[in-house]
Each structure stands twice: as C-alpha cells, then as structure tokens.
Ligand binder design. Structure first.
Ligand code: ZN
Length: 495
C-alpha cells in the first residue's frame, strides 16, 4: 500500500528530527558552554519548525485518510489511530496561537527565574497571566466535545486519562494519605544517612547498580546534570543523567535508579515497530511508573539495601554500612514544602494541590493574581503546612513558567500504576524479594518488558495498565504499601 509506505517513511524522518533535537537538548543540559545559549536556541527552534511542517503537512493528512478507508492489519490500525489523534491536534491549533505560546513560554521562563531568585511573585504574575490566557485558548481549540477543558491538556502527556477518572481517584488518595500522615505525626523520625562518601566512589556505585538492574550500557550512557533527567535519542541511544552529594549518597543513587527505570523502558520499546510511531512510550504516567517502581518499591526496600551494602563495602573497604539504617533513612515521612524533595507518601499531596489549582485555572476560576493565596490555602488544607516565601511556595516549580499545564498528574499516575504493578509482580514472580536481595533483577525486568515495554504505544497507557492490573485498585495498592513499609518503620498501623 503506497500510503502506508509514504507514512512510515515520513514517520522515520520525523523520528530522526526528534532525535536530533533531543541530542541538542541533552547537550544543553550537560556539556554545552553557557555562551552557546542563543545559537542553540536558534538550532532547536529551526528543528521544531521543520518537524511541525513535515508532520502537519496536507499530504500526511491525505495518507491517513486513504489508509482509514482501506484494509489494515492490527499494527497499521493502531498506528493510524495514533497519528490521527496527533495530526488532528497539530492542525487544530491556529499558527498565531502556536507562535504566541512559544513566545509566552520563553518570556515566562525568564520571568520565573528572576522572580524565584528575588523571591518576588509580582515579577512573574503578568507573564503567567498571559500563559494562563493562552492555555485556556489552547484547551478550547483542542478540546471540542471534551467533558472538561483540562482533558485536552492531559492528552499531550497521558493520552486516555480524563478529569472524570482522575478527580475521584486523587480525592480519595488525598484523604487516605492525610489519615496516614496524621498517624505518623509526632512519631520519632529515623536518623538521616549522612555518611560522607567521595564522588568518584559514588560514580562507580551508580555504574554498578545500573548494570545490575539491567540497563544496557552499550546502548546508553550516564552523565552528570544539575537536574537529573533521561532521554531516548533513537534506537540504541538512551542517555541518563544523575548527580552526586558527598554527604547524601542515597539522594544521588535514588536519581540514578529513577532515571534507569525510565531508560530501561526506552530500551525495551519494540524496535521492530520503528517507522510506525508505535515504538514509543504510551504516556508520561506510564513512563513515570517505571522510574518510580525501581526507585521506590525496589530501591527503598530492605532487601535492596542488603544487596547494596556489600557493593558499597567493596568501593569503600574501610567503612561499614548497615542495610537497616539505610533502609530506615530512605523511608522517612514528613510533611514538607518542596515537591522534588518530598518522601514517597507526601509527594502525592504536592501533586493533588497542583492538579486542583490547574483545574480551577482551566475552569476560569483562578487568575495569576489569585494563585499565591490559592496555593497557600491548598497547602494548608491538603499538606498541612504553609510556605514562608513564594520561592518555597507558588514559585517552586518550573512547569507553569514553561506552559506545562496538565503535566503534574503524570507523577501521581506513575506512583499509582507502579503500586499495582508491584503488587501484581509479588503474585507473578515467586521469591521476588530474594531475587532483589541477591541482585538478580533479570526476572523483574523481563516481567516489565513483557507487560509494559514491548507494547510501546500499540494501546493507550490506561488500557496497558488495565490489561496487566485487571481490576486492581491502585489507590488501595499504594496505601497498602505505605502502611506496611512506612507504617511499620514508624510503629503505626491502620485503625
Ligand atoms: Zn521521572
């Protein structure tokens, strides 16, 4: 079929363009000299423009139309469905709105950096207001027929997720975590793990753990970055980044494991489907479920620290490491202000706050001027604390300044998916915890490959999750995990 050949050839080109843009972005965040910022901005913008022109082109729509009227096999059907959704979104947005958004994002980001530095929200408010107006316009243009305007934004990050599904789930999770935190409040915290360990040794430890978990170093690499991230640049090239703190080995190692989870998902995507667009992750929430599963469920467990302690002893032979102490330190629970530093339980409350505010913004109930007040009110009510400054409150995250509305829920969707995957794995994989303790992670990775990675985007994330988890309740699974691990450490149980 001619249209199919044309389509897959174009998709391969688009994948190459996206890969090239991703290398530039990776370089920008790792090795690029500061003076290159402007020329790099031009290079990236040009690639994005070419990408958009070649994707949103009339012939692309014509190929889709032709294919939709013909006989298709299952792969072709899934690919056409995927590209139709993306194509319609790309052509629905007026080009004036696309350029206005792009300018507003750049200006918003710079204003946010200055405002955060000066701890002065008023420096950011006018640019944020512009972003809110344009985002509402964008949602209106994309969300024709949607039950909630926010659904149109979720589509970019978690295709298949809707406000109607997320709101009751997040509400219930918020209440249950609140009950859990109330039980833990006032209990003594385990001491933090602050052993000073040199960066060189930490690097070797990270490399060792990556290799043991199953990350393929022939098809990827690990570098340092101020804000760890990972990115797939194409088949056989997955870049991870991490950071090291001499007095907090668990923080840097946690970043390494988190990014490794993302990276192993990218490495496990179905390479045979290259050119169809289906060899990509099914959504940000599912991506995050992979990183959170390894970082939290495995990487903060006692069997994992029993695996880790002798490997640490091999790197620092004159020191001794207690798995129990590291385990306790890694599972401290405390109401706190900063999302990225939050523990496994409280983290979700930070997301629930942002989700509620974003819904109100899209419903037109909140303007930029209202946000600091609404932020403090929501933190008091949901997290139980109030930020002493804008910097530690409404200005803490980069997302809104870059026009990323609809992104935050992915983090908690990831935690919820990971919770049910974990419980299902305990049933499916005999001796799960002995495997972890002995450092034999292969059967665990194989399970993820089979049930998640190899599906690529042949189905939506929601469908992939349901196919694996059946009718498991992810909120109940996450709460069971928190009560049994963290509850036991703090000596509390469900009443
Ligand atoms: Zn992540």
């Amino acid at each position: 079929m001619n249209a199919w050949q044309n389509l897959t050839e174009r998709v391969r080109e688009l994948d190459s363009l996206a890969g090239a843009a991703a290398i530039l972005e990776w370089d920008q965040q790792t090795y690029m000299p500061a003076k290159a910022a402007e020329s790099r901005g031009e290079q990236t913008a040009l690639l994005q423009k070419i990408y958009h022109e070649r994707f949103a082109a009339p012939e692309f729509g014509a190929w889709l139309g032709e294919l939709e009227g013909g006989e298709l096999d299952a792969t072709q059907k899934a690919a056409v469905r995927l590209h139709r959704r993306r194509y319609d979104r790309a052509v629905k947005l007026p080009s004036a709105l696309v350029s206005a958004l792009s300018v507003a994002r750049t200006e918003g980001f710079h204003a946010w950096v200055s405002a955060k530095e000066a701890d002065d929200y008023s420096l950011f408010a006018p640019k944020l207001q512009r972003l809110l107006d344009l985002t509402r316009e964008q949602a209106a243009a994309l969300g024709e027929g949607a039950a909630h305007p926010y659904d149109a934004l979720l589509e970019d990050y978690d295709p298949g997720s809707t406000v109607a599904d997320l709101r009751p789930m997040f509400d219930r999770l918020g209440v249950e975590i609140g009950t859990f935190l109330t039980a833990v409040d006032g209990r003594a915290h385990p001491p933090p793990f602050t052993e000073r360990l040199d960066e060189d040794g930490q690097k070797r430890l990270s490399a060792r753990v990556l290799r043991d978990l199953g990350f393929d170093m022939e098809g990827g690499r690990l570098d340092k970055a101020a804000h760890p991230f990972s990115t797939g640049l194409g088949v056989g090239d997955v870049r991870l980044t991490t950071r090291y703190f001499e007095d907090n080995v668990l923080s840097g190692l946690g970043s390494t494991i988190h990014e490794c989870g993302h990276g192993m998902y990218e490495q496990g995507l179905p390479a045979a489907l290259a050119g169809t667009g289906l060899n990509q992750a099914a959504g940000m929430g599912l991506h995050e479920s992979q990183s959170r599963f390894w970082e939290n469920f495995v990487g903060r467990s006692l069997p994992y620290f029993r695996y880790l302690a002798p490997r640490m002893g091999a790197i620092w032979p004159d020191r001794s490491f207690s798995p129990e102490k590291m385990y306790a330190a890694a599972n401290r629970v405390q109401r706190s202000l900063i999302r990225v530093e939050a523990d496994e339980a409280t983290y979700n409350l930070h997301i629930i706050v942002r989700f509620g505010l974003e819904l109100a913004i899209l419903e037109g109930q909140l303007q930029a001027a209202d946000l600091p007040g609404a932020w403090d009110e929501a933190y008091g009510r949901i997290v139980g604390i109030t930020a002493p400054s804008a910097r530690t409150g409404v200005l803490q995250d980069v997302h809104w300044s870059s026009g990323l509305f609809g992104y935050f829920p992915s983090y908690t969707i990831g935690n919820l998916y990971a919770a049910s995957f974990s419980q299902k794995m305990l049933v499916d994989i005999p001796g799960f915890w002995s495997l972890v303790e002995s450092g034999d992670f292969a059967p665990i990775l194989a399970w993820l490959r089979r049930h998640v990675h190899q599906k690529g985007s042949t189905a939506t994330a929601v469908d992939i999750f349901r196919e694996v988890a059946g009718d498991r309740d992810p909120v109940a699974d996450l709460m069971d995990h928190l009560w049994s691990r963290h509850g036991a450490l703090y000596g509390v149980s469900r009443s």
